[in-house]
Ligand binder design. Structure first.
Ligand SMILES: Nc1ncnc2c1ncn2[C@@H]1O[C@H](COP(=O)(O)OP(=O)(O)OP(=O)(O)O)[C@@H](O)[C@H]1O
Ligand SMILES: [Mg+2]
Length: 420
């Protein structure tokens, strides 16, 4: 117990005990500078090469500050050759890949996987693309979003991750997205321990006075460190989308940080949170969107609109949208699969505002619970008139037709007859 326990850190979010760093709280942002201080002491003062991280007292986790802490663990592994041992790590920290964020692959981010609630790392444009599509697909299956939201998510993820590749100087970033279904809130955190926003803008015509000033500049239209590389649209567009939605955008880099939650209003609320050293000032971007409130992308981007390639791929030569149930691949047997498909088709409908044909070709049979969850409940939720204006059922074999017929009958009886 004695050794070099750092009393100063006691009762804070993390503290030193022998060659151990103990975490008391992983939801307060102060855990980041405390972790950096603790680890620097163990490495430079006490010359430890093997450090134990103990999580026995950790309860809640949010993408921020969990992503930066996880990223700094990787930093010290790679740059100082530190070996970490994880002790008492709760299951949910293991599940998010806290100790070892993974690189995306085609198979781990395909249409059928759920890649939310995990920390991912990326090094290049191909990996950014896999993650953007994977995160968007996962959200599309898990919750119904208002019009414009999925486009804003696409823009935000692409632009912020691309900035890591273009401007951080280290080509390595970390990302985690979380959907809180009860509050219909999306929370995204993207972090890099590169040289930071102030360092990239300080020698430009904008001459920011300090880190907060640089952050305030980088969300303005046309502000870029180099006109030959960028156009200064990325963060400006995200800022507009988030503020139109009533969400919030927090940018922390180096010694400063700003929180934007409505247009032309910034709240200065962060100081020395994520800074590693003067060379690695680091950048953390966190945005929250209200998934139940639509965003006019046209208004956010001053007239410019976005196309969703996945949704576009469903359109045939006659401008009709065909959703092939056989390609949804989570199967036609379970309620869980039906809910994922239902979220997906409702999201496609919100985006296109056009009728969608649900194509049952190449499907031999569906379970009655699948039919109930996907179709019967949808008819009840939307009302018959709205349902038949929005969806068309095509290529259903007689077996599927009779299963569906029966489950609709039971659902209607349960909803209307049994209530009388
Ligand atoms: N992760 C980062 N690390 C360092 N600097 C950054 C980072 N992200 C943004 N910046 C700084 O903020 C500026 C504005 O970023 P923004 O995305 O708005 O425009 P851009 O990347 O320059 O151009 P565009 O996004 O239109 O291609 C960048 O030019 C860069 O100076
Ligand atoms: Mg950019």
């Amino acid at each position: 117990m004695s050794g070099h326990e750092n009393k100063y850190f006691k009762n804070y979010n993390c503290w030193i005990q022998e060659n151990k760093i103990r975490f008391g709280n992983l939801s307060n942002q102060r855990v980041i500078p405390e972790f950096i201080n603790s680890i620097n002491r163990l490495i430079y003062k006490f010359e430890h090469k093997k450090i134990i991280l103990d999580f026995s007292e950790v309860k809640q986790i949010y993408p921020f500050p969990v992503v930066p802490v996880s990223a700094y663990i990787q930093y010290f592994k790679e740059n100082n050759d530190i070996e970490f041992e994880f002790s008492n790590m709760p299951k949910y920290l293991k599940n998010i890949n806290f100790g070892n964020p993974k690189l995306p692959s085609k198979s781990s981010t395909n249409r059928y996987s759920n890649i939310l609630d995990k920390i991912w790392t990326f090094n290049d444009g191909t990996e950014v693309n896999l993650l953007v599509n994977g995160i968007k697909n996962s959200i599309r299956k898990s919750i119904v979003c208002e019009k414009g939201i999925l486009d804003a998510i696409d823009w935000g993820l692409n632009e912020v991750m691309d900035n890591v590749i273009q401007h951080s100087g280290i080509n390595k970033g970390f990302v985690m997205s979380q959907v809180q279904k009860s509050s219909k809130n999306l929370n995204v955190c993207i972090f890099d321990y590169g040289h930071g926003i102030y360092n990239t803008l300080k020698n430009t015509q904008y001459k920011p006075k300090n880190a907060a000033d640089a952050i305030s500049l980088c969300v303005q239209e046309g502000v870029t460190r180099d006109k030959k590389i960028g156009q200064g649209n990325g963060l400006w567009g995200l800022y507009n989308m988030v503020t139109l939605n009533g969400g919030h955008l927090t940018i922390i880099s180096g010694k400063g940080g700003l929180n934007f939650n409505q247009k032309d209003k910034e709240i200065y609320s962060y100081k020395d949170i994520i800074l590693l050293n003067s060379k690695n000032q680091a950048t953390n971007i966190n945005f929250h969107l209200n998934l139940a409130k639509n965003i006019s992308i046209k208004e956010a981007l001053k007239g410019y609109e976005l196309t969703d390639l996945f949704v576009e791929s469903l359109e045939n030569d006659y401008g009709q949208y065909i959703y092939k149930i056989s390609e949804a691949a989570s199967g036609t047997g379970t309620r869980q699969s039906a809910i994922a498909i239902k979220n997906e088709i409702l999201n496609i409908q919100k985006q296109t505002q056009k009728p969608i044909a649900l194509d049952f070709s190449n499907i031999g049979i569906i379970s009655s619970s699948f039919a109930d969850e996907l179709i019967a409940k949808l008819i009840i939720d939307l009302g018959y008139y709205q349902f038949q204006n929005t969806f068309r059922l095509i290529n259903m074999n007689p077996t599927i037709q009779s299963i569906l017929h029966r489950s609709i009958g039971m659902r209607f009886a349960d909803t209307f007859v049994n209530k009388i």
